[in-house]
Design a protein. Sequence first.
Lengths: 638, 104, 420, 229
Amino acid sequence: MATIAAPSYASAGDAYAENTGIWSWITTVDHKRIGTLYLWTALFFFLVGGLEAVLIRTQLAQPNMGFVSAETYNQLFTMHGTTMVFLAIMPLSAAFFNFLIPLQIGARDVAFPRLNAFSYWVYLLGGIFITLPILFKVAPNGGWFGYAPLTTNSFSAGPNIDFWVMGLQILGISSLAAAFNFITTIINMRAPGMTLMRMPMFTWMSFVVQFLLILAFPPITIALFFLLMDRFFGTTFYAIAAGADPLLWQHLFWVFGHPEVYILILPAFGLVSEVLPTFSKKPLFGYNVMVYSGIMIGFLGFGVWAHHMFAVGMGAVADSIFSMMTMLIAIPTGVKIFNWIATMWSGEIRFTVAMKFAIALIGMFTIGGISGVMHSSPPADLQQTDTYFIVAHFHYVLFGGSIMGIFAGIYYYYPKMTGRLMSETIGNWHFWLTFIGMNLTFFPMHFSGMLGMPRRIYTYDAGQGWDLFNMMATVGTYILVVATSFFVVNFLRSRTRGAVAGNDPWGGATLEWSIPSPPPEYNFAQIPEVTSRYPLWDLKAPEKTAGIDHSHADAMTITDAHAVPVHEETERHTAKELGIPMPLPTAKPLFTALSLVVMFCGLLFMRNDMFAVAMTLILGGAASMIAGLYSWLTSPLE
Amino acid sequence: MSHDKQAAHTHPTGWTYIKVGVILTLITAIEVWAYYVPALVASPLFNPALLIMSAAKFAIVVMFYMHLKYDHKLFKALFTGPLIVAMGTITALLFLFHQLSIRF
Amino acid sequence: MSMLRLRQAAPALLFAAVLLVLTACGETEYPNSTFNRHTDLNTSIDALWDRLLFWGTIVFVVVEAALVFTIIRYRKRPGGPAAKQIHGNAALEITWTAIPAVILVLIAVPTVKTIFETQAPAPAGALRIEVIGHQWWWEFRYPELGITTANEVYVPVGRTASFELKTIDVLHSFWIPQMGGKRDLISNKTNYMWFTPNADLGTSAWNGFCTEYCGSSHANMKFRLFTVQPDEFASWAAHQAKAAVFPGGGPAAAAPATTPVVPAAASAQQPTVLPTEPMGYVFPKEQLPAHVVPRTPIPAGLTFDDALLAGGDPTRGIQAFMLGGCIGCHAIAGNPMAISPIGPNLTHVASRHTIGGGLFPNDGAHLARWIKNAKKMKPGALMNVIGIGEYDPIMKRPMSQGGLTDQQIADVVAYLMALK
Amino acid sequence: MSSHAAAAHDDGHAHHHYTTTGLDNRKIAVWAFIGSECMLFASLISTYLIYKGRSIVGPFPHTEWVNEAGRVFKPILDIPVTSASTFVLLMSSLAMVLALQAVQLKGVPLPADAGWWTRAQRSSKGWLLMTALLGTTFLGFQAYEFTSFVHEGLTIKTNLFGSSFFTLTGFHGAHVTVGVLWLVTLLFIDMKRGLAGPADELNVDIAALYWHFVDVVWIAIFTLVYLIQ
Ligand code: HEA
Ligand code: HEA
Ligand code: CUA
Ligand SMILES: [Cu+2]
């Protein structure tokens, strides 16, 4: 591990930016800084969602508790789900997309830096838009999949659902814009020699996710648009009186909803696929199969959505087809699990905190996967659906999968982002408490579920046989609070007090470890020539990896030693000094994003028949958005 | 970029575009004509025939006017992949809502 | 190393846990357990579940064991062997693609078989029961028997009960864990579900839940299912089908249905005689298992002078029942004024054990408070506030005229309690 | 390789930069966008077809309806008019592709003996203008269609058919509108400084891809919504 003294930086790139003030963050188009913004914002929302969970669990600690009212509870679980899915995990993944992908493929930035900034600002504003109402007790209360007709005017007259509909609409814009950006980046910004089959696994999984995003979001956009039209302009898409079919919403939602769950997990899979090889001192086992299984999972993910609807009476044929499609997905996922284990097999495993989280993902996700397969059998699922057994399933895959993987990623890449390592001591506390806490929280839910406890109930009667399991879950949650607090402390204090990292603290194999930590704004002083999947390992110990890769004969020999300089950079240059043109900072993306959100706010007033206000906001927002776009597109990038 | 140039050269000329336009118009004409012949509308082949014709038009425009026939294969992938998913989804949904049935 | 010990323990823990559940099907400590074979439906489901659990456990143990072994065996040790630079192994990868595939086939085949079994049309001679979901209570109708009741449904053992599920508002889901899987109630659609309680299943009571989120009181949308012997069912059904027996004796149906009966005038002189015995079978209160008796606490700040209940007069209650506007929503066969289908049918309300969607036991104290301020008793309840002085969120002011005094409420309670 | 290789960026600078595939970033992004749009219209079209024949009150697309007042509503879809507008949109695609060709041919010297057609093909302004005009005509047809439907008693609130029909075709109309604005902008630039060179070829190419896609969507709508019964 590098021990040379280097200054530490509040965040990526600061050392090089002309100024590091707040304005430089508002106007930044640097993918690393945008990644950092995503990370901080998403972690904040994770705490918010967690806090909501803590309130949920407190209310459920015992039968007939009066800790929160029914209405508050319904808002809490709706916002908990919505927050965790759309405001915590997706943007946490986005943080890694932003920070990592260009570094891993040897690029100086993403394809559309300003669009990238735009995505972030839309996400931030959308997040605020959908979260603020909870402070005024008018938060969305229709559940995270907002089934019609409950969400229509006739049954939800208040503004609660409006916030949800528009909030998700806004967040969708952010995700879509980002997805087009990363698709282009990965296809077109790879350094010379970085063939698709040499891309690091995280980049590969992210690549798959971007396609899931551009294909999964349109359906929910449309479903939400229908709901919006119903609520604001009296259309009949979900109007029972007009003969509407409530299953339309369910299908459109889950056509999005199931790919969405793979959007949530694949980035985590990618991250552990980076962590496991490094700390096993071995290349990833079966790289090609890992790639194909990832693609398989993504593709099959579009053919299974109705497994969320086994109870609606689709008929035996449909049930059977979706059941079998769903089971199929277990196969590529299993391949990943086994290949990860094989990656560690006959390696030299170092139990860093990052590695522990990665290993935990394998163990915990498998549990969630197995319960998933149990749901995939419709007759059995009819006893499971809408009970805590489901809640157990998706927390094992989401917390035991996504969150574990993301924590692994944070511990692993924190030094690259900040130049300093996180404390392993505090990290161990964080890991063990999380590991114990999550199992104590979610494992009992398998039992309460199969023993008849429905989900989404704000209270339950005594003597139903659920008391013990609920108390366990609540205690587990408090342990998770402590665990998370350790993380928060570690995350904050390591920025200034962590050990200095140097370029390559872990002995990584991929390009990002060849450059200083934090990387200069231009990332690579010289764009590397890539000749293998593990350029740095080839460089450090060619004999170790040489020629073993079946996939390319040439893969493991490095031609140009200058391509990936591993020597610690002592003195650093700004882009100016090196004459590297960098995109100019600009607030135009923020301005455009702001106008967009103003437009949506305008709609809100439409319903409180404040027509004038509404129109001013909508038209004003539209005008300034067009103005913003125009000056954005007509101003030079560099 | 260099690629774009070659592409530009392999592009068909104005006349090809005109011919394609004529073909499109003809197919449309047939479709509309068929719509007004009760005998055809009654026949079980009416809908399939219409679908095939519009699929043909769809393909022609994409291949010639959008140059997918001549352009980089990457673009083919970027378009056909999603198109397949989309078609699959429509079909599945229509079955699920009994607007399509196995026999036909 | 503590990590390793814990990880080794994990599979053992799961096994223990699994066994716990499998043995823990005792009605007493786990009254809503899904692990039982009380009906044909749940027998096939439970068989399927056992298979899923079996393979699931095997996969779990194999994966976790391999994982734990690997991380112990190959942890970095001073002087330990250097990492082998393996990039993959086609044979292995094919193996662990194939094995799961085989397991899945072993799951898929019985799955599909069971799907078609359980979704076949109900056998002939099944007892038809219409289930209609309302925010947040259940309406049950026996179309062949002319019975309409609420929140409590009786089925005879040994005979197939075939449920026709509908909703008048949002989506709900019909679930009795001990009887089998659930089915959603979908607007503009009728869903079907049937099961046959085993003939040897004793007379007993089961919990039912709404399992599709349906708004504020989703948690409070419960019901009870009573599996009873055929003769008991016959007696119950015969009585439930009759009109309410009126205070003062004699079925009100006898009164000319055209002109509204004013029994108060008639019965003002002689004290009203109340039927003491239920005229048909009702699941005996004293035999109710604990888990079907609601223990929901009465919300704070809802006071009622219970002393008044003793002096409640059913006859005056009838007027109060009209004054309070109860007839706006409730039907009572035998009371020509009360014919509205909006709320629960109260014809034999006194023969039920719970009120408010299984939320409270059906006794004077709870009933009175419910009538006084249902919205306080049950979040979001759609029943109007009736007690004078109670705040009415719809009118946005305390209830004044058009409301009922505690005394009048006591009378209404007396009236309803008479409807055995 | 230039010192700032791989630092390709948006806004037309792309051409001066190294890219992995040699293709331009924006063209890749646009194709990805079109892929995504497939799912968008798939959802809209599915909804229309799912709700087809499920409306409980008229007017209906292909069948007559008599309301309780005894008023007769004829089948509401107007095939002749729509056929015309469909033809117009098809022709706009032709004009569009010729506009692109015109820009691409700017570099190639015009042979001395070039006939009128060869010359005509060089007029990017002309073809752009024609495309925009045809697009506007299509919108005109749609405006006419919508208003006449409203007069015949079909609004977005009337029934499932009304809601899904207006939303589907409205979404498409919105796309056409955006396209027309885009074309007008290009035309404006062409008049100001003339569109020429790789960068401009790309600008037109991208606009064309979008325009053709909107046309392709209409081809599907015309058959699925208007012709199939
Ligand atoms: C990260 C998110 C994530 C992931 C990855 C998954 C993965 C899977 N999910 Fe899950 N799921 C959710 C998130 C996720 N799910 C959420 C949020 C819900 C609830 C939504 C709501 O209602 O609110 C849900 C609900 C849900 C349902 C609906 C339940 C119901 O409501 O009735 C079903 C039904 O089939 C299901 C199935 C599966 C399956 C089969 C997988 C598979 O992909 C799992 C595959 C993995 C394995 C099987 C383990 C590893 C494999 C091996 C070791 C090989 C050998 C294994 C076997 C042979 C079994 N999930
Ligand atoms: C990735 C997604 C994700 C994550 C990580 C979690 C995390 C947790 N969730 Fe879950 N949950 C969902 C997604 C997620 N959830 C979804 C989609 C639903 C369905 C919603 C619906 O039905 O519509 C759901 C529903 C759901 C329910 C069911 C509610 C119901 O049906 O009535 C419950 C109940 O226990 C629950 C609990 C928890 C708990 C205890 C955690 C814990 O893991 C939380 C742990 C996190 C923390 C404890 C952080 C907070 C810490 C602090 C605030 C202290 C530190 C702060 C400082 C030092 C500043 N969640
Ligand atoms: Cu009814 Cu939940
Ligand atoms: Cu799913």
